[in-house]
Design a protein around this ligand. Structure first.
Ligand code: PMP
Ligand code: GLU
Length: 397
């Protein structure tokens, strides 16, 4: 077989996307698979946003846009930061990209040199570690536990910092744990970074709006680290726009300028039509988002309630996003008579084959005790999925 470049040979396939692909293939073969693997809202993009895209075509927005995004779109994003987060950014500090994923890739490629370390509270979102490795950086995991709601402590961060530490990446609300950091917790973390001004903090706030505890808090609010924080956000989750591929970052000017240069060589600007639709999404207030978030909140409660009846299935109380990340290590050492379950991946595969429910192994997120369950699907499917999981787990001895 042809040998390709080391960077891709060493790259792992995104496990969230891989599980979604496997379940689609099984569905095509006629299996009744319930896919709870891919994290995306099961809602359609609201109509007013679609109409804005149609209008953009009619208005002729079909040519290459400026690399970092149209001026009016960046202005609208700057206003969003002021209105929702009380953060001051100039439009020149905003870079619009093809999804929040590209924002993260731009930021890491622009800030991390080969051999430099990036601190990742684990569990972390799948793509962080692979993007860091693509840049030649070294992911340094800070393990957290379910007992502390998967939160990293300032002491842990302090102890992990070396002369080579260049970046800290985290998400709040968190994918995969649903953990939400409060203002005081962020302030304590900021105090650590304030002592180490060489560290850039990448705050992934893509689940900002899917938060069940109230006001979203951003680590960018603390003046002492303001010049070192990159905020990544986007419209994929909060506005059910995963397919439109629009994310954005707000960054210190030198980093935003660097990301503009990087993006100019990789993908050019994000889709012109989708940019205009995203501008409408963030500028116009309707109750679509609230309805969606209320639905996720109710489902979170329902799912946690049903999970109480699954023996050995230990969960935290996720306060945002749309995932539950149960610790399933109780099943390690048990068997279906053919294979012994030793890892979360083993249990995931067993549940896919036996229960026909697709989840994602915690190992994809840097965790070796948990699995991720996305509840971004209908109540009926969630009830049926949990019923099947319970039935299959009961067969393990
Ligand atoms: N960050 C996190 C934590 C995510 O869950 C996702 C989901 N895809 C992304 C970034 C990327 O979002 P996008 O679809 O806008 O690329
Ligand atoms: N962020 C989603 C997830 O975690 C989508 C998949 C992906 O972009 O990797 O499932």
């Amino acid at each position: 077989m042809r040998k390709l470049a080391d960077r891709v040979e060493n790259l792992e396939e995104s496990q969230t996307i891989a599980m979604a692909r496997i379940s689609r293939e099984l569905q095509e073969q006629g299996h009744n698979v319930i896919s709870l693997s891919l994290g995306e809202p099961d809602f359609n993009t609201p109509e007013y946003i679609g109409n804005a895209a149609k209008q953009a075509i009619d208005d002729g927005f079909t040519k290459y846009p400026p690399i970092s995004g149209y001026g009016d779109v960046r202005e609208a994003i700057a206003q969003k930061f002021k209105k929702d987060n009380n953060l001051d950014f100039k439009p020149s500090q905003i870079v619009v990209s093809t999804g929040a994923k590209q924002c993260i890739a731009n930021a890491v490629l622009c800030c991390v040199n080969p051999g430099e370390e990036v601190l990742l509270p684990a569990p972390y979102w799948v793509s962080y570690s692979q993007i860091i490795e693509l840049a030649g950086g070294i992911p340094v995991c800070l393990d957290t536990t379910i007992e502390s709601d998967f939160k990293v402590t300032p002491q842990q961060v302090e102890q992990a910092i070396t002369a080579k530490t260049r970046m800290f990446i985290f998400s709040s609300p968190c994918n995969p744990t649903g953990t939400v950091y409060g203002r005081d917790e962020l302030k304590e973390l900021a105090a650590v970074f304030a002592k180490h001004q060489q560290i850039i903090v990448l705050s992934d706030e893509i689940y900002e709006h899917i938060n069940f505890v109230g006001k979203h808090e951003s680590i960018a609010q603390f003046e002492e680290i303001k010049n070192n924080v990159i905020v990544v956000n986007g419209v994929s989750k909060g506005y059910a726009m995963t397919g439109w591929r629009i994310g954005y970052m707000a960054a210190p000017q030198d980093i935003a300028t660097a990301c503009d240069k990087m993006q100019g060589q990789f993908t050019s600007a994000a889709c012109s039509i989708a940019q205009k639709a995203a501008k409408t999404a963030i500028s116009v207030t309707t109750d679509d988002r609230k309805k969606m978030v209320d639905t996720f909140h109710k489902r979170r409660d329902m799912v946690l309630d049903l999970m109480k009846d699954i023996p050995g299935w230990k969960t935290n109380k996720p306060e945002g996003a749309f995932y539950v990340f149960p610790d399933i290590s109780y099943y390690f050492g048990k068997t279906d008579g053919q294979k012994i379950i030793k890892t979360p991946s083993d249990l995931c595969m067993y549940l896919l084959q036996d229960a026909k429910v697709a989840l994602v192994t915690g190992e994809a997120f840097g965790d070796n005790r948990c699995i991720r369950f996305s509840y971004a699907t209908s109540d009926d499917l969630l009830r049926e999925a949990i019923r099947r999981i319970k039935e299959s787990l009961a067969k393990l001895k």
